[in-house]
Design a protein around this ligand. Structure first.
Ligand SMILES: [Ca+2]
Ligand SMILES: [Ca+2]
Ligand SMILES: [Ca+2]
Length: 262
């Protein structure tokens, strides 16, 4: 079912490019997707550069992982919507590993677009996420400031977590609050990138949107799900059109990580 959804979205996207305007067109994204090259290692060692091959998708808890980096390890589920296709051919690596932020005024292109109403679920093997002091994980999208504005072009998503992939707890995400949409991911620019030495695990400097499990009464999590809420914030329109529609996931970092997956 997941692969059917994926193919359906890809087919829809091929006939639904263009649109633009707003955040995506304004920043001059390349028309083509990422070139597929990636210096990040696939966590399961499989070749997943071909988005049509979904052997990297799902069953994350049953997979063996050779890496123990503090980033997402596996894509458990992917359900893009509305013609979004950007970065999909680079999955899963494009959403694993560290953020590749572009700073205050420039958005990362090392992302996968969810489309308005789309969702993605990431799995964290080792370390998983635990409730420690302060924020426990950071979600990196590619929001950025327009020159002369103190608001970002935000394409928000609601964040939910689960320890077992069955029972979920959501962080409240208020898209009706104006900017910033309170409690949502996809709001703040990303400053950390592998080339600039900014620690991707420091919520004070990395950028992105940090979340504290204690805010929702959760002690540990192996899964994070992102559900796009862009249409609720923007009323649809340009941010929901084209191959880069909706929330664009760059990476998720584990700030407070503990036990390994059993
Ligand atoms: Ca915490
Ligand atoms: Ca987008
Ligand atoms: Ca990325």
């Amino acid at each position: 079912m997941r692969s059917i959804l994926f193919l359906a979205a890809a087919l829809a996207a091929s006939g639904c490019r263009g649109g633009g305007g707003g955040k995506d067109a304004g920043a001059g994204w390349p028309d083509a997707g990422p070139d597929g090259s990636d210096d990040l290692d696939a966590s399961d060692g499989s070749d997943a550069s071909d988005g049509s091959d979904s052997d990297w998708l799902g069953n994350c808890a049953e997979r063996a992982f050779s890496t123990q980096d503090p980033f997402a390890d596996c894509v458990e589920a992917f359900a893009p919507a509305g013609g979004a296709s950007f970065g999909h051919d680079a999955l899963p690596d494009v959403v694993l590993g560290p953020p590749e932020g572009g700073g205050e005024y420039k958005q990362s292109t090392d992302v996968a677009s969810l489309g308005c109403g789309g969702s993605i679920t990431l799995f964290f093997a080792q370390p998983s996420i635990v409730d420690g002091p302060g924020p426990d994980f950071i979600v990196f999208e590619n929001a950025f400031y327009a020159y002369g504005s103190d608001e970002t072009y935000a394409e928000p998503a609601q964040v939910s977590v689960s320890d077992d992939g069955v029972a979920w707890t959501a962080f409240p995400c208020d898209t009706g609050s104006g900017w910033p949409p309170a409690g949502c991911a996809g709001v703040m620019p990303v400053y950390s990138t592998p080339d600039n030495g900014v620690d991707p695990l420091d919520p004070g400097t990395a950028g992105g949107d940090a979340f504290d499990l204690s805010d929702i009464g959760v002690t540990s999590a192996h899964y994070i799900r992102l559900d796009d809420r862009t249409a609720e914030l923007t009323g649809g329109g340009a941010p929901c059109n084209g191959d880069k529609a909706g929330f664009d996931l760059d990476a998720i970092a584990v700030v407070n990580g503990g036990r390994s997956h059993p």
